[in-house]
Design a protein around this ligand. Structure first.
Ligand code: SF4
Ligand code: SF4
Length: 144
């Protein structure tokens, strides 16, 4: 149970609101789902692009098929545990904070489980791409 004045922190890069009972609650701003079209590519990492928002060069998103906003991710590892194809690895960002990197995004089968389990909406999975062969074989298995 939260005390009066206690801080409920769901991650970094957050919007704050003040409740009637003077409890500060912070809500995460989800990953920008337009980032593939609107953010600038500033480099690559393990074969995937790294993009930054025009207004903030310190806010970066790693990945093309599976995007992870490093300013939101706090390394809880829920996506690592949930991903059936082991797309993610835990790394340290430039400030030494744990974040997940979509290091094997080519193996993604577009199941969207990582988006669902992430508590701060730091992940966006592209609507096409990923491992088509694996996805098709899974779909075939459901057609019985
Ligand atoms: S969409 Fe599924 S397969 Fe792709 S990274 Fe997320 S959990 Fe893994
Ligand atoms: S579930 Fe979200 S916050 Fe947790 S490690 Fe994965 S991307 Fe980061």
């Amino acid at each position: 149970m939260e005390k009066e004045g206690a801080l409920v922190d769901f991650g970094k890069n957050l919007i704050s609101t003040l409740s009637k009972r003077n409890i500060v609650v912070r809500f995460p701003v989800p990953i920008d789902r337009t980032y593939r079209d609107t953010w600038n590519i500033i480099g690559t990492h393990h074969g995937h692009p790294v993009r930054c928002a025009q207004e903030s060069e310190t806010t970066v998103i790693h990945g093309e098929i599976v995007g992870v906003d490093f300013s939101l991710c706090f390394g809880c590892e829920k996506c690592i545990e949930a991903c059936p194809t082991h797309v993610f690895d835990l790394i340290l960002d430039e400030s030494g904070q744990p974040v997940v990197d979509p290091i094997r995004e080519e193996d993604c089968i577009l199941c969207l489980v990582c988006e669902i389990v992430c508590p701060v909406a730091a992940i966006n999975v592209k609507s096409e791409g990923g491992s088509d062969d694996t996805l098709n074989s899974l779909l075939e298995g459901t057609r019985g």
